[in-house]
Design a protein around this ligand. Structure first.
Ligand SMILES: Cc1cc2nc3c(=O)[nH]c(=O)nc-3n(C[C@H](O)[C@H](O)[C@H](O)COP(=O)(O)OP(=O)(O)OC[C@H]3O[C@@H](n4cnc5c(N)ncnc54)[C@H](O)[C@@H]3O)c2cc1C
Length: 386
């Protein structure tokens, strides 16, 4: 419904066709097996430069903005959310930590989907409370020595590199956000190096991208691989990254809602009860009207904040609002889609159940709905208790 430039429309239509032709059949087959996105699909996404939407053309990327990155992501999610998520593991992730030589070598590979990373921020004891990071990095000669745990690390085994947040100075209770440093290190694909013990987290959805609980024991990172941005910049780096991730999550939530709505509309036109397609019943028609309206409102919110961020500035208040609204909306809309399908909605015969499980996650990761409300209300009212 929203008006897009011809270039954006083309990008969106291409992504939609790719999602339906290439991603959907793979999702339908592999999601029930809790399997990872296959390399062949990653390669096809790489050919389209979906891992390089934000990477400048001189590094073989598309050189486009957050808007286009989210536009593609929404369309991919109409088939499988994890496919839209894995592109966040390219698109310049960790570019800030690379030397000029590394950029020359790694960014073109990243744009082609041949150098994809994992993001290790959360810990068993530090989820919403990012400043609670306890994983330690201690300097020993030419190395940093990592000890601690990281939780939920998506794509960790398949990754070619990892971004890891660790404390390089003890926590100061008065300044908890200080002393966290981002590290970037390369690793062998489909393996964990010595010093990292990994356990798979068994999830109810978001398959395609397995999540890992990692324990680091005297894991060594060469000191030259320390992020050039410097010690203690981790909290700011994480929070800035999360801002884009929230707009990206809003777009993914819209994709899950739209994907479920597409299935529900098709089904409603075909399913006959009381001698008529159920799409003739006003109860179903009004549901569809509400679902489409809510999805479009959420879409316009992420469109607006993505354009604003591309024009400059963080716009974190609006990013939080877009994320909050879209993820709550997506849980509701995918559930309504399930209702339209009746009993078969509650089976694995239709993609609606996958969209419902995946939409549910958007309320939790990249900052829960409660954390978004905290950010928004703090901004509007000032922090509580001051
Ligand atoms: C499938 C999946 C994939 C993920 N992938 C990654 C990844 O790749 N890398 C990574 O680093 N992390 C990842 N995460 C972690 C994710 O970002 C965290 O789960 C999320 O931030 C919430 O943290 P938590 O699970 O520890 O919940 P908690 O922080 O323990 O929250 C529990 C409940 O308390 C509420 N709460 C907490 N603090 C407050 C407060 N101040 N005010 C009000 N309510 C509050 C929360 O909203 C929530 O309802 C992933 C998580 C999941 C589930």
């Amino acid at each position: 419904v929203t008006s897009l430039s011809a270039q954006r429309q083309q990008l969106r239509d291409d992504a939609y066709r790719f999602a339906m032709d290439e991603v959907l059949p793979v999702a339908n087959e592999l999601d029930p097996q809790k399997a990872d996105i296959p390399r062949e699909l990653i390669a096809k996404m790489g050919e389209r430069r979906y891992f390089g939407i934000l990477i400048p053309p001189e590094y073989d990327g598309l050189g486009l903005g957050i808007f286009e990155y989210c536009l593609v992501s929404e369309e991919l999610t109409r088939a499988w959310m994890s496919v839209a998520s894995v592109i966040a593991r390219g698109n310049g992730l960790a570019a800030w930590s690379m030397t000029d030589d590394e950029r020359e070598e790694l960014l073109p590979k990243m744009a082609r989907g041949e150098f994809i990373g994992a993001f290790a921020l959360s810990e068993p004891g530090a989820g919403s409370d990012v400043a609670g990071v306890a994983c330690r990095a201690d300097r020993d000669g030419d190395d940093w020595v990592i000890n601690g745990e990281k939780m939920w690390v998506g794509w960790a085994k398949a990754a070619d590199f990892m971004v890891l947040f660790a404390r390089t100075s003890p926590m100061d209770p008065k300044q908890r956000q200080a002393g966290i440093t981002p590290f970037f290190f390369r690793k062998e694909r489909d393996a964990f190096p010595p010093g990292i013990e990994a356990r798979l987290v068994d999830k109810i959805g978001y398959h395609g991208m397995s999540s890992w609980h990692l324990t680091f024991t005297d894991f060594r990172i060469a000191a030259r691989e320390r992020v050039p941005r410097g010690e203690g910049t981790g909290f700011r780096t994480a929070v800035t990254g999360l801002n884009t991730a929230r707009i990206h999550t809003a777009a993914r939530a819209c994709g899950a809602a739209q994907g479920a709505l597409d299935v529900a509309m098709d089904y409603a036109k075909q399913r006959v009860q009381f001698g008529r397609p159920i799409a003739d019943f006003q109860a179903i028609r009004f549901k569809v009207a509400d679902m489409a309206t809510q999805t479009e409102v959420a879409r316009r919110m992420w469109h607006s904040v993505a354009d604003a961020v591309d024009a400059g500035g963080l716009h974190d208040l609006e990013a939080s609002m877009a994320k909050l609204f879209a993820s709550e909306m997506a849980e509701h809309v995918t559930s309504e889609a399930m209702q339209i399908l009746g009993g078969v909605g509650y089976t694995t015969m239709y993609a609606v159940e996958r969209h419902w499980r995946d939409a549910r996650l958007t309320k939790i990761f990249e900052g829960t709905s409660e954390i978004q409300k905290r950010i928004i209300s703090d901004r509007l009212l000032g922090k509580a208790g001051r």
